[in-house]
Design a protein around this ligand. Structure first.
Ligand SMILES: [Zn+2]
Length: 803
């Protein structure tokens, strides 16, 4: 799921002043501070939801109105003793912990020298009233005249990328209370950071900072939570006010794979009054026309601000409607756009660069898709939906796909493919493979020294006396592997089908992409070309054994299982997104276990454990944060924390849950999850409640609240140590055992199986609850034969460091 600041889509009512959208956007971007509205302030207070700003001493200057509204202000310390102060207290323990991980304190309390405020809410009115009520404040246009020119430029740079969103808000005519608020603060110790209140986000309050490291940008979110007015029930989060449905996308791809597209869709307004609507689309695509009900309308396309978790750069296209939309009155939208989203890695291995925004979207909403592509006849194109037409016309191939039912996201892929297919219990699995791997994976051409004298005279070359370059060794071909890939994919698919029930679509196509990743659309799977090979094959040979296994055995089953996890079952909120990746990763392990046995599964889980407890800067990777933080775990210091925690700890969480529920209970839980068939979006809490229904009667944590608090909402990998002794008395052995848990919080109850071995092949298993606050967890038992060995957690159900 993509998180973003200030780019959510809004629809709005307009201001009928005769100016064009472009002129109004220009006016916002040309924002000017107003010297005549500059105040020397003392003790002026502003509260935006949970954020409290104290403008203790300094100057506060408002911007001149644009479109009749003041949308910016600047606080500036002009005297060495001037200061402002910000106080933000995250309301829940997890967010306080997150704040502490970044700032060393559980609250954000920072003195600042300047703060630039940009807003479409009623901040200006509130500040105005606060200044009037503050006896120590006075108008000071002289200082204003000094400040305004330089700081207007700084402010304009800041708002450049958010101006489009502001335009959409200003066109809305909605209550100012529904607008957004951003403070870009220059803190005394924290440097430049942001506090955002955006009612269109699921979690409206965000504080964080853009960090650049190693040529990459990371938006580090310190805390993010629901605004107090939403928590108190005084306000509902703003819902998307319109949605696109019934997409019909007609794309033409030339020989150079440049794409020209006409997309039509039904715009369904959810409330009346909107006169502008924003759409997200790739920055590689240029919008050339937007029509509503056949009439061309004005549109603006602008780049969006950097945000967390975005997988590709996007632009905001704002369509300006001639008159406000009315709820219940659907409109026909038409978009013409062009650009190059298909990239060529060589050898006929292509990929769609902007996989989630190659067509205009209004968020993650369900829609039907009728996709038609006209493309070079030498290629084959696969897409979400059933192929309903396929023919050659004027030297070009035309393929058409029908999604048949509403889906969340449409995708396509193309290449010079070999293909194979398998029928699986009424469903079909198709596989496409390129004839060669991309050059990156091909064997290098090795220069070889050969004495000229060994060559026949016709091949001797005087200018290069000894060096010859031998031809490249034969290139490994994914196409040669296609029957094996088809068999394996069909077997994994059948395995999931039997356990999870009906998949997202009747046909699932597996197609190769260059690179190290995979992705699952409804009915379409992208799989790294590396995943077409087996361990030890040349394209994998230079990788570690664990990485070879990842590509050869786990990647494709993971992506195939996304046909269920993410497409049958879905999670609309970022916080719950971990569930889909944890379930997909664990599904690939279930399949590995089926194919190769529990030993291999445990080897993989053992590797995951090592990755999680690995220390970085004295801290384990796992301690970066709980799995529910999702993409927020990816920080400049620990870019790998997101994938290790969400995928690998996530898989461990599923494995431990299976340990609690038993095999039958766990599989019944997965089936029950799928049987809801997307009728209800899954959240972490609804998953816990569903799982609690499968907990055995004698388990110490029937609601699984402790389990989720520890493993899902919390952090910590316990370290277990065992102490035992035995006394031989009267022909019997009095055996005592004590378990010691460390490395986690005091209350971290864990159910540990302990196996005591006596004679060869003879053992006894006892369960010990540690970390629940009781003294000396352990047991005493009288044994007929002396204990020879003790094994903690013999079946490996526990994410823990064990002796
Ligand atoms: Zn995945």
């Amino acid at each position: 799921m993509v998180v973003r600041l200030l780019v959510a889509v809004l629809c709005i009512a307009g201001i009928a002043d005769g100016s064009t959208g472009a002129e109004d956007l220009r006016a916002i971007k040309d924002l000017q501070l107003d010297p005549d509205r500059c105040f020397r302030v003392r003790d002026v207070f502003l509260q935006r939801e949970d954020a409290k700003f104290f403008f203790t001493d300094g100057h506060l200057i408002f911007a001149k109105p644009v479109l009749g509204r003041v949308v910016a202000a600047l606080f500036l310390a002009t005297d060495p003793s001037d200061t402002g102060e910000l106080l933000l207290m995250p309301p829940d323990p997890a967010e306080r912990q997150s704040t502490a991980r970044f700032l060393g304190e559980t609250i954000l309390n920072e003195k600042f020298r300047n703060a630039m405020l940009f807003f479409t809410d009623d901040t200006a009115e509130e500040l105005d009233a606060a200044i009037r009520e503050s006896p120590g404040s006075r108008l000071d246009p002289e200082v204003g005249a000094r400040i305004a020119p330089r700081w207007s430029i700084v402010l304009r740079n800041l708002i450049e990328l958010s101006a489009g969103r502001a335009l959409v808000d200003l066109y809305s005519g909605r209550s100012a209370a529904d607008g957004f608020f951003v403070a870009a603060v220059r803190g005394r110790s924290l440097g430049r950071f942001d506090v955002v209140v955006d009612p269109t986000m699921a979690e409206q309050v965000v504080a964080g900072q853009l960090v650049r490291s190693g040529g990459k940008a990371y938006y580090e979110v310190w805390c993010r939570f629901q605004a107090r007015s939403v928590r108190d029930g005084r306000r509902e989060p703003a819902k998307p006010v319109a949605q696109l449905q019934d997409y019909r996308i007609e794309a033409r791809l030339g020989d150079d794979l440049y794409m020209q597209v006409k997309t039509t869709a039904t715009l369904v307004p959810h409330h009346s009054g909107a006169r502008a609507i924003g759409f997200d689309i790739s920055d590689k695509l240029e919008m050339t026309a937007v029509r509503i009900d056949g009439e061309e309308v004005e549109f603006l396309q602008s780049r969006q601000p950097e945000a967390t978790g975005r997988d590709s750069d996007g632009t905001l296209v704002i369509a300006v409607l001639p008159e406000p939309m009315l709820s219940g009155e659907n409109r026909q939208m038409e978009f013409d756009y062009r650009g190059k989203v298909v990239s060529d890695a060589g050898s006929g291995v292509y990929s769609v660069a902007d996989r989630t925004n190659w067509y205009p979207r209004t968020g993650n909403q369900l829609a039907t898709y009728d996709l038609s592509f006209r493309y070079p006849a030498r290629l084959d194109l696969v897409a979400t939906g059933s192929r309903v037409a396929d023919f050659i016309d004027g030297g070009m191939r035309v393929s058409r796909f029908d999604s048949g039912k509403p889906i969340r996201l449409a995708g396509f892929n193309l290449g010079d493919y070999a293909s194979a297919s398998r029928d699986v219990d009424g469903f079909r699995v198709e596989v496409r493979a390129t004839k060669k791997v991309e050059p990156r994976l091909q064997a290098p051409r090795v220069p070889v020294l050969i004495p000229q004298t060994t060559l026949p005279s016709s091949r001797r070359n005087r200018s290069q006396p000894t060096v010859l370059v031998l031809p490249r060794p034969p290139v490994e071909s994914p196409a040669i592997e296609i029957e094996r890939i088809a068999d394996e994919s069909a077997a994994a698919f059948a395995f999931f089908l039997r356990r999870f029930g009906e998949p997202a679509m009747p046909v699932t196509v597996i197609s190769p992409v260059p690179g190290d990743f995979g992705q699952g659309f409804p009915g379409l799977v992208y799989a790294s070309t590396r995943s077409y090979f087996q361990r030890g094959d040349r394209p994998l040979r230079n990788l570690s054994p664990g990485t070879q296994r990842f590509y050869a055995d786990l990647l494709r089953p993971h992506e195939i299982s996304h046909q269920w996890w993410g497409n049958v079952v879905y999670t609309p909120f970022d916080r719950d997104g971990w569930l889909m990746e944890a379930l997909a990763t664990y599904s690939s392990l279930l399949w590995l276990e089926e194919k190769r046995g529990a030993g291999e599964r445990d080897e993989v889980l053992g590797g995951f454990l090592q990755n999680l407890i690995r220390k970085s800067d004295g801290q384990s990777v796992e301690s970066a944060g709980p799995v529910v933080m999702g993409r927020r775990l990816r920080t400049a210091k620990l870019p790998e924390a997101y994938s290790l925690i969400v995928y690998e700890k996530g898989a461990w969480i599923m494995h431990m849950l299976r340990g609690v529920l038993g095999d039958d209970g766990f599989l019944a839980l997965l089936r029950a999850l799928c049987d809801q068939r997307g009728s209800e979006a899954v959240t972490t809490e609804s998953f816990r409640e569903l799982a609690a229904g499968f907990v055995p009667a004698d388990y110490h944590d029937p609601s699984l609240r402790d389990f989720f608090d520890q493993w899902v909402y919390g952090t910590g990998v316990p370290r277990l140590a065992v102490e035992w002794d035995q006394d031989a008395r009267g022909g019997q052995h009095h055996f005592n055992l004590r378990l010691v848990q460390s490395g986690v919080s005091d209350y971290f109850p864990v159910h540990v199986a302990v196996e005591v071995h006596t004679l060869p092949g003879r053992s006894l298993v006892k369960h010990v609850l540690v970390g629940d606050g009781s003294d000396d967890p352990g047991f005493s038992v009288v044994l007929r034969n002396a204990a020879t060995r003790v094994v903690i957690d013999p079946d490996g159900w526990l994410l823990a460091e064990k002796p």
